[in-house]
Design a protein around this ligand. Sequence first.
Ligand SMILES: NC(=O)C1=CN([C@@H]2O[C@H](COP(=O)(O)OP(=O)(O)OC[C@H]3O[C@@H](n4cnc5c(N)ncnc54)[C@H](O)[C@@H]3O)[C@@H](O)[C@H]2O)C=CC1
Ligand SMILES: CC(=O)C(=O)O
Ligand SMILES: [Mg+2]
Length: 373
Amino acid sequence: MTRIGCPKEIKPQEFRVGLTPAAAAEALLRGHEVLVETGAGLGSGFTDEDYQAAGAGIAPDAATVFGTSDLIVKVKEPQAPERQMLRQGQVLFTYLHLAPDPDQTRDLLASGVTAIAYETVTDARGGLPLLAPMSEVAGRLAPQVGSWALQKANGGRGVLLGGVPGVRPANVVIIGGGVVGTAAARVAVGMGANVTVMDRSVPRLSYLDDVFMGRLTTQFSSASATAERIQTADMVIGAVLIPGAAAPKLVSRDQLSTMPQGAVLVDVAIDQGGCFETSRPTTHQDPVYEVDGVVHYCVANMPGAVARTSTQALGNATLPFLLALADKGWRRAVSDDPHLRAGLSTHEGRLTSLPVGEALAIEAISPDQLLAG
Ligand SMILES: NC(=O)C1=CN([C@@H]2O[C@H](COP(=O)(O)OP(=O)(O)OC[C@H]3O[C@@H](n4cnc5c(N)ncnc54)[C@H](O)[C@@H]3O)[C@@H](O)[C@H]2O)C=CC1
Ligand SMILES: CC(=O)C(=O)O
Ligand SMILES: [Mg+2]
C-alpha cells in the first residue's frame, strides 16, 4: 500500500491539479491510500466532496500532504515552500523542467527526494507521452494568445490573424514542428493566417507537408532561414525542444530590430528556458512585456489557463505511470519500464539526468547507472 498525496498547486494562476477524482478512485481500488489537500481540485471543477465520494481523504493543508505521503503527485515544478517539505524516501512525480532552474535542482538534491519528471518520460514511438497532452493544449492556445497580443490595445501591431478580403492575413512563423508546433499550426491555419513551420527534422517537415496538404509552408530551420523569416513575421511561435535540455536560442536581441514593430513572440519553450534570447518567464496575471518594440508572451504554464481541459488530459496520461509507481514502488517501476526510467531526475542527492547535468554543470549519472550501482 502506498500513500499518495496531492497538494493544491501554488504557482500563480495555476488551476490544474495532479490527481482527478477518477484517478484517485483507481488508486483506491488497488488498495492505496489517497490524501488530497482541501480545495486542490476547485480550479479544475472538482470539489472536496468529489474526492471524498471516490474514497479519498481530505487534508487541511499542504504540510499534512507532504508530511504523510510516500508519493506526491503534482502538476508544476515544486515551488520554494514546497521544496522545503520534500524528504528522502519520498517520491515526487510532476513536471520539473530542471535544465533552466538551478535553484530548484539544488533544493531537490538537498532534500534527497526521488523526483521523476513528467516531461522526460518517453514512449515506444519516441514521443513524450506526459508532455504531449499539455503541448497539445499550449500549441492550440499559442495563436489564440498571440492574436490577443497582436491587438493594438495589448501592445501589438494591430493585425488581424486571418486578414479580410483584400487585406493580407498575418504571417505566422512557428519554430519547431513537434506536438506544440503542429497544434499551433492547426489553429493558426484555421484562423486564416499565412503559416510557415520550421524544423530541423526533415521527416517532420515531410509529415507536416503531407497532413496540411499545401495549407502551410515548411522550411528547414537554419540560422539564416530564421533571420530571414522573422523580418516579415507578425507572430513567431517558439516551439522547439531538445528533451531535458535547455532550449537553444534561435532569435537574438539584435535580431529584434529587424522585425516589424509590434510583432509578437510567443515563447512556448519558455519552460525549458525559452528559444528567444530576450525571453523571460511571465505569468497569466502579467503575460506580456516589450523589448525593442516586439511584444513577448512567455507564460510557462499556459495550460493552466484552461485547467478543466488540461487536468483531465494530463490525468489520463499520468494514470498508468502513477499506478505503476504506487503498485511496485519507484525502484521496481523504473527498472521494469525504460520509458518511466527516462523521467528519473534526482535520487538521494544524486542528479540522474545527463542533459540537466550538462545544462547546469553539475555531476550527473544516468538512471541506468544509478540502478546498476
Ligand atoms: N509554456 C507552456 O506552458 C508549455 C510549454 N511546453 C514546451 O513546449 C516545447 C515544445 O514541446 P513539444 O512540441 O511537445 O516537443 P516535441 O519534441 O514534440 O517537438 C519539438 C520539435 O522541435 C524541433 N527542434 C529542435 N531543435 C530545433 C531547432 N533548432 N529549430 C527548429 N526545430 C527544432 C524538433 O525536431 C521537434 O520536432 C517544450 O519546451 C515544452 O516543454 C509544452 C507544454 C506547455
Ligand atoms: C508542460 C508544462 O510545463 C505545463 O504544462 O505547465
Ligand atoms: Mg511549464
